[in-house]
Design a protein around this ligand. Structure first.
Ligand code: SAM
Ligand code: SF4
Length: 335
């Protein structure tokens, strides 16, 4: 008798033909840092616990995403995802779905958790680090925790959460003079450096284009130190990559503002309170938590998910006159 095979799910496709295979899941909107480009010093009004999806609810949605919608990568983020209680247990349950599992974290607590997370089935980690100078780190994040992040990075690599990527947001007058230093640090530590253009997604609404360091500027600075060989993008990945000539090392630049990659976007996002967003910059959400808690079956949730993606717009339009910031900041969406 021929072996029974499960049919591949119909692709999660929008009206522009973009197929969605990547789900970013925010595990909490809370954070233990207060990065100046992300949130105010006093923090935000965190979601009440009752509004946050439970592990069981989250698992059910992730299962529908993988088994019925063709999602292949699950990225855990926040807020700060390491603050989610029982994270290794949740990762272990998510890993049974068979998707690639990665984590985006500020690295605080990773020194302790990295081996457990690896054991639980996490594949990769991205760690945010904007400076190598302790006083500057404290000024940017409003917390004196650089040593914890460096220990977290080393532990991620030792645990095999590879490639370990380091994400930095260069801001003019703050840390743009460390672009080369950060790459040298990453090369020496065996990490992969990526620079992200700052986006108008801070909670305070203080973003301004002049303070953003553009991809072109970043590449200009790197180009003075290394010859850069373009390697392009991996599939629909947001980062464009360059190899430092004569070395195996690669640097990525995520130019969301000046070189938008919306045309190849394959992402959907689930907030910690169970709202599905078809874009980081979407101004509307689909309430999957209400469906879950209202007793909807998997067919109903799948249909709502497909309808949300079908409504996705062509792109984010930052810079256009009609651009409207989303109601939620990055930390509450899941960056
Ligand atoms: N707390 C985790 C962290 O910092 O990695 C995960 C959430 S954080 C919102 C995810 C990424 O978004 C981080 O790399 C952070 O630097 C970046 N980020 C936050 N605010 C941003 C902004 N306004 N523009 C661009 N990137 C931003
Ligand atoms: Fe927290 Fe990440 Fe925002 Fe920094 S960027 S305040 S670490 S959520």
């Amino acid at each position: 008798m021929a072996p029974r095979t499960t049919p591949a799910p119909a692709p999660l496709v929008d009206r522009f033909g973009r197929v969605h295979t990547d789900l970013r899941i925010s595990l909490t909107d809370r954070c233990n840092l207060r990065c100046t480009y992300c949130m105010p010093a006093e923090g935000l009004d965190w979601l009440p616990k009752a509004e946050v999806l439970t592990d069981g609810e989250l698992l059910r949605l992730a299962g529908i995403a993988v088994h019925r919608l063709g999602i292949r990568t699950l990225r855990l983020t926040g807020g700060e995802p390491l603050l989610r209680r029982g994270l290794p247990g949740l990762v272990e349950r998510l890993s049974t779905l068979g998707a690639e599992l990665s984590l985006t974290t500020n690295g605080i607590g990773l020194a302790r958790l990295a081996p457990e997370l690896k054991q639980a089935g996490l594949h990769r980690a991205n760690v945010s680090l904007d400076t190598l100078r302790p006083e500057r780190y404290a000024a940017i994040t409003r917390r004196d925790r650089l040593a914890d992040v460096l220990a977290g990075l080393a532990a991620a690599r030792a645990a095999g959460l590879e490639p370990v990527k380091v994400n930095a947001v260069p801001v003019r007058g703050v840390n743009e003079d460390e672009i080369v230093d950060l790459v040298e640090f990453a090369v020496a530590g065996g990490y992969r450096m990526r620079f992200i253009e700052s986006m108008p997604l801070d909670a305070q609404g203080a973003w301004n284009r002049e303070a953003m360091v553009t991809a072109e500027e970043i590449l200009g600075v790197l180009g003075e130190r290394w010859r850069l060989v373009p390697v392009g993008r991996h599939g629909n990945a947001p980062a464009e990559e360059w190899r430092l000539d004569g070395t195996p090392h690669v640097v990525g630049v995520i130019a969301s503002v000046t070189r938008p990659f919306c045309g190849g976007c394959d992402r959907v996002r689930l907030t910690a309170d169970g709202q599905l967003r078809n874009c980081l910059f979407a101004t509307e959400e689909s309430d999957l938590r209400a469906l879950l808690r209202g007793g909807a079956d998997d067919d109903g949730i799948e249909a709502a998910w497909r309808a949300c993606v079908a409504r996705k717009g062509p792109g984010h339009r930052i810079g256009d006159e009609g651009f409207v910031r989303p109601d939620r900041p990055m930390s509450a969406i899941g960056g």
